[in-house]
Design a protein around this ligand. Structure first.
Ligand code: SAH
Length: 286
């Protein structure tokens, strides 16, 4: 699988019409299944090539699978991960919730693919947030929005009160929900974190929800893949429009850009859409 150096971000993000939106997920699924089919064919071809050559290994290496079978399995896993990833980046939070709840295996597959990517990154942004929280002597209330496997809570959950939310309760630390609508009262948290989690096309709803649960003066911390943010000023402006003030950005990492905002007022009641602010992050095939 590719590392993030090779991550590509698509430039064309348009707000779907209602008719498009209805079919979007199915189309992405179809396209991705096609891609998976193509990859399977390729894997079969390369398997046949290898099998006919003198270098082919036939011994069973792991779990009763031959080297060739393992290679094919990896390819298929990669294809599934890419289509799930793309589906999550090109649909709304509500649709994403529907999708993973109708088939929770999707979430597991996404996470095993995601973890495989993360292992290759020189710095995992979660570790930056963990370091930050560890340095805070005062006990804070933290919301980890789009927490994945909830590593943040597993690591600093003794020192601080960490609420972890994601589409599926991967473990007991996690409350399953769409992060556009989390079960926390208003003004309840000191720090809200989105670590690579602004995936939905309606991610400004996630930001507005973070504003609702944060107290005035509370911190909003975001890490996103650099290539997703084509116009940093426009992104910052959109967040400031939701009641935040930029405290700092950190672009020192080649792969991730980090933003710290402070909540200065409540989000306006009406949400102005800002399509195209964040591009989907599409992983290329190796
Ligand atoms: N923050 C974690 C996981 C990042 S992967 C980490 O850095 O390790 C992005 C996560 O956001 C995924 O687990 C995905 O399921 C979650 N996510 C995306 N859209 C979501 C939504 N609308 N509601 C809840 N979780 C969402």
């Amino acid at each position: 699988m590719k590392d993030l150096n090779k991550v590509d971000a698509r430039s064309k993000v348009t707000k779907p019409s209602p008719a498009h939106a209805r079919n979007k997920l199915n189309k992405v699924k179809e396209a991705s299944l096609l891609a998976a089919k193509r990859e399977k064919e390729e894997a079969l071809k390369s398997a046949a090539k290898l099998a006919s050559g003198s270098t082919a290994k036939s011994e069973n290496d792991a779990g009763g699978l031959s080297t060739l079978q393992q290679k094919m399995q990896q390819k298929l896993k990669g294809a599934r991960f890419r289509w799930i990833n793309e589906a999550l980046y090109t649909t709304t939070g509500d649709k994403a919730l529907e999708m993973v709840q109708s088939d929770p295996s999707i979430f597991e597959e996404y996470h095993s693919g995601f973890s495989a990517q993360v292992e290759k990154w020189p710095v995992n942004p979660v570790d930056v947030f963990i370091g930050y929280l560890r340095s805070k002597p005062k006990r804070l209330v933290v919301a980890d929005l789009g927490c994945g496997a909830a590593r943040l809570s597993a690591t600093v959950g003794q020192q601080h009160t960490v609420h972890s939310f994601d589409l599926v309760a991967y473990n007991d630390l996690i409350t399953p929900c769409n992060i556009a609508d989390v079960p926390l009262p208003d003004d309840a948290v000191d720090v809200a974190i989105f670590c690579l989690a602004l995936m939905g096309t309606d991610f400004l709803k996630f930001i507005r929800e973070a504003n609702r649960i944060l107290r005035i003066g509370g911190e909003l911390k975001i890490a996103e893949v650099v290539s997703r943010v084509s116009d940093v000023d426009a992104f910052v402006q959109a967040l400031e429009g939701q009641g935040f003030k930029l405290a700092r950005t950190d672009a020192s990492n080649k792969m991730f850009i980090m933003f710290d905002f402070t909540k200065v007022r409540r989000s306006p009641a009406k949400l102005r859409e800002a399509p195209g602010l964040l591009k989907p992050c599409i992983y290329k095939r190796r």
